[in-house]
Ligand binder design. Structure first.
Ligand code: DGY
Length: 437
């Protein structure tokens, strides 16, 4: 079957969610500009409207703080029913973007990777020159203001920074957090999406409690690093950052800029990543609780991100694939699960088929995994996952995530990055092959 109708539909989702300067991740649930969504959206746009892809990236960077942080959300548009609002964040830090409201936290730094992909395909040296300094400042901020132990690994201070908000890997950290005196708030996220597909109340209260703590400390990075009760080194975040550092380095070289600083980050992370995260006994990468100084022993699909980053050795890659990705008790189809790749291993007690990052299939995760598999030469397995992913989208539309048992859609409808990555999977993957099935 030809992917052409799917390509047309994906383009129309991106057009529909387009506000002119940024694209809503979802028309109702996510009406502002989200950081890593926006990077992938730009990648999708670059397939059919390169100038618009560049506008998307400029719009995100217009929210950059003076210290280098690129926030998780930029609120370009008029007030909406999305919570938390800019008024709730109460950003008064003098480093914040002067002209535009933003959140006070960041998100996985995919942007340099996307800019490199766009430049490789379309050669946009002037655009690279324009955005390179902002990307460099963001990466510098991550490797310094978010470095808790001199390892150059970046810490996250809020589960929203991981992009995988209610992933079960954060549950244990949450047990140590007891929200007292929660500020008044009204959830907005369960207005458009069933509560059974969104984070539980206990987690949501902790999300809000943390923001309340941060605003009391005026979002000062050093204060937050010192005092946030949630402090983690996240495999997914650091793998994305490492890959993005490599891509930033390639951009620097293309511009004739020095690379010593970036080389320093790459060297340190290359050494520290495996020491910190790899567990040789079980053949998995585990996240790290910086406060408790111990590994978080929860098996989620972020264990495959080091393939995307090229941080796993051949042997590590083989173990991740043989013992976990192809294991029907964990990630492979089997039992009542018919689709690749669940975001949490099925044998984790916290696994849930329809709840947000607790188990459903996400297109972004599959894309990371496919890119990683191809990087290590597992093209056949990547192709199986690609076919399955496109089949899910064809069957249930451009949803935020999918129930891996029957492929039904969950979360937001007309979800922009599912559309953007459809273009990537249908038009770019395997050298532009445009058919499947
Ligand atoms: C949300 O509101 O669900 C987001 O993930 C937070 O950025």
């Amino acid at each position: 079957m030809s992917t052409t109708p799917l390509i047309d539909q994906a383009i129309s989702v991106l057009r529909h969610n387009d506000t002119g300067i940024f694209t809503k991740p979802g028309p109702h649930q996510y009406p502002h500009q989200w950081n890593w969504d926006s990077a992938l959206i730009a990648l999708g746009l670059s397939h059919f409207d390169l100038p618009r892809a560049q506008t998307e990236i400029r719009a995100l960077l217009s929210g950059q703080w003076r210290d280098g942080m690129v926030p998780s959300v930029v609120y370009h548009s008029a007030p909406s029913d999305y919570f938390p609002t800019p008024a709730f964040w109460q950003i008064e830090n003098s480093s914040a973007a002067p002209d535009i409201p933003t959140t006070g936290i960041t998100q996985p730094p995919l942007l340099a990777t996307v800019v490199r992909m766009i430049d490789d395909r379309h050669s946009v040296p002037d655009f690279v020159r324009e955005v390179y300094p902002a990307l460099l400042r963001w990466h510098r901020w991550l490797h310094t203001d978010r470095d808790a132990d001199g390892s150059a690994l970046a810490c996250i201070i809020h589960p929203w920074e991981s992009g995988t908000d209610d992933s079960p890997r954060w549950l244990r950290l949450f047990e140590a957090i007891h929200p007292e005196a929660l500020p008044e708030f009204q959830r907005g996220d369960t207005r458009h999406v069933a509560a059974t597909e969104r984070p539980n109340r206990a987690e949501y209260e902790r999300f809000i409690y943390l923001i309340d703590l941060f605003r009391k400390r005026n979002y000062e990075p050093s204060e937050l690093l010192k005092h946030s009760p949630f402090l983690a080194q996240d495999v997914l975040f650091n793998a994305i950052l490492f890959r993005a550092d490599e891509d930033l380095r390639a951009l620097a070289k293309s511009l004739g800029e020095p690379t010593d600083e970036i080389d320093g980050w790459l060297d340190r992370v290359r050494i520290n990543f495996n020491t910190r995260f790899w567990d040789e006994r079980v053949g998995l990468y585990y996240d790290y609780d910086v406060r408790e100084k111990e590994s978080i022993l929860v098996n989620t699909a972020s264990t495959f991100l080091p393939l995307f980053a090229g941080l796993a050795s051949r042997e590590q890659a083989q173990r991740l694939i043989d013992e976990h990705l192809l294991n029907p008790g964990e990630y492979a189809v089997g039992g009542d699960v018919h689709h690749w790749v669940t975001t949490t291993a099925k044998n984790e007690l916290t696994w849930e088929a329809r709840r947000y990052w607790r188990g459903p299939v996400w297109v972004i995760m599959n894309w990371f995994i496919m890119e990683g598999l191809r990087r290590y030469g597992y093209d056949d397995l990547a192709e199986i996952i690609r076919q399955d992913t496109l089949g899910l989208i064809e069957g249930a539309g451009f949803r935020e995530y999918y129930d891996p048992r029957n492929g039904s859609g969950c979360g937001s409808t007309e979800f922009s990055w599912s559309a953007a990555l459809t273009l990537e999977l249908a038009m770019n993957f395997f050298d532009g092959e445009a058919t499947f099935h």
